[in-house]
Design a protein around this ligand. Structure first.
Ligand code: 13P
Length: 293
């Protein structure tokens, strides 16, 4: 596989796989990473799908629980299915950061390709129990399950010292081995959202974790991580990266500008025609950073 990495002409980011699990196993072995974007509605979904199409890459779109609750997992599934009809590359749909086993089950029933059960704020034992329940429910449906161990900082997650967020190798191994979860998000120093300073990624810990378990690993907090660190993490076993804030903040910022300009005549499709290229520009910029081989 090293030759694949050394020879950029051989790297196809839109290779098709029978299952999402096959994709993740291959990505872990060949040091590739599935770009995964949090989306909120049909417009940012459209921006991600079109960007992936133009850059010929597989892509994942993810709904946070508020998005899944507001629209229902069934409706979001249908929305993505609609876009799949006009897209030549696979688009995977994932439920992101669900602390609810029930919501994971609803998403699995609705046909999501992948769900995350986030027990990182609970004790290791509770995290294992929640994850086990989702893995069991997902397995017959062939749905990928992501778990989290350690903590991703930002958005109200308070940490006082490294041990508060850094995933311990023993805990990662315990979670993985006792649940059989497919992919694992690990706290290694990244944070959700815009970060006042560059996050200090603990690459030494990432190395130890990658050696301890064969599972594809997930890098959260994609907005604030410099490209060089994203790429180093990918080489070390990160097979999925989550990118959210930069997408929705661009959407909101340009929507506000255009709405303010239009005043009483503001009309959603005309506003969004102007906003979409701005969202696509940041999505494409992140795709280029992740698909760097
Ligand atoms: P950012 O909002 O920092 O891009 O992180 C997204 C994320 O990790 C979602 O799970």
């Amino acid at each position: 596989m090293d030759t694949l990495i050394d020879n950029p002409t051989q790297v196809a980011y839109n290779k098709k796989y029978d299952t999402l699990n096959d994709l993740f196993k291959d990505y872990r072995a060949s040091h590739k990473c599935l770009p995964s974007f949090n989306v909120n509605d049909n417009y940012d979904l459209k921006a991600v799908v079109e960007s992936a199409e133009e850059m010929e890459t597989n892509v994942m779109v993810m709904t946070y629980p508020p998005v899944a609750y507001l629209n229902s997992p069934e409706v979001f599934r249908s929305l993505v299915d609609g876009f799949k009809k006009v897209s030549s590359n696979p688009i995977y749909l994932h439920l992101d950061h669900s602390t609810s086993v029930d919501l994971c089950k609803q998403a699995i029933d609705a046909g999501y390709d992948s769900v995350m059960i986030d027990g990182s704020q609970s004790s290791l034992q509770e995290n294992i129990e929640m994850t086990k329940q989702v893995v069991e429910y997902a397995s017959s449906a062939g749905v990928v399950v992501e778990a989290e161990i350690g903590k991703i900082m930002g958005r109200g997650v308070e940490v006082k010292c490294d041990d508060d967020f850094l995933a311990s190798v023993a805990n990662v191994r315990a979670l993985y081995e006792s649940t059989g979860v497919d992919i694992v998000a690990v706290g290694i120093g990244t944070a959700h959202g815009f970060t006042p300073t560059e996050p200090k990624i603990h690459f030494d810990r990432l190395q130890e974790i990658a050696e301890a378990i064969p599972a594809p690993l997930v890098l959260h907090g994609g907005t604030g991580i410099p490209d060089a660190d994203i790429q180093k993490s990918i080489k070390m076993g990160m097979s999925k990266i989550n990118i959210g804030t930069i997408v929705h903040s661009t959407y909101m910022k340009y929507a506000k500008t255009e709405i303010d300009k239009a005043g009483d005549t503001a009309y959603p499709p005309f506003i969004m025609e102007k906003v979409l290229p701005e969202i696509k520009a940041v999505v494409k910029d992140r795709l280029a950073a992740v698909n760097f081989h």
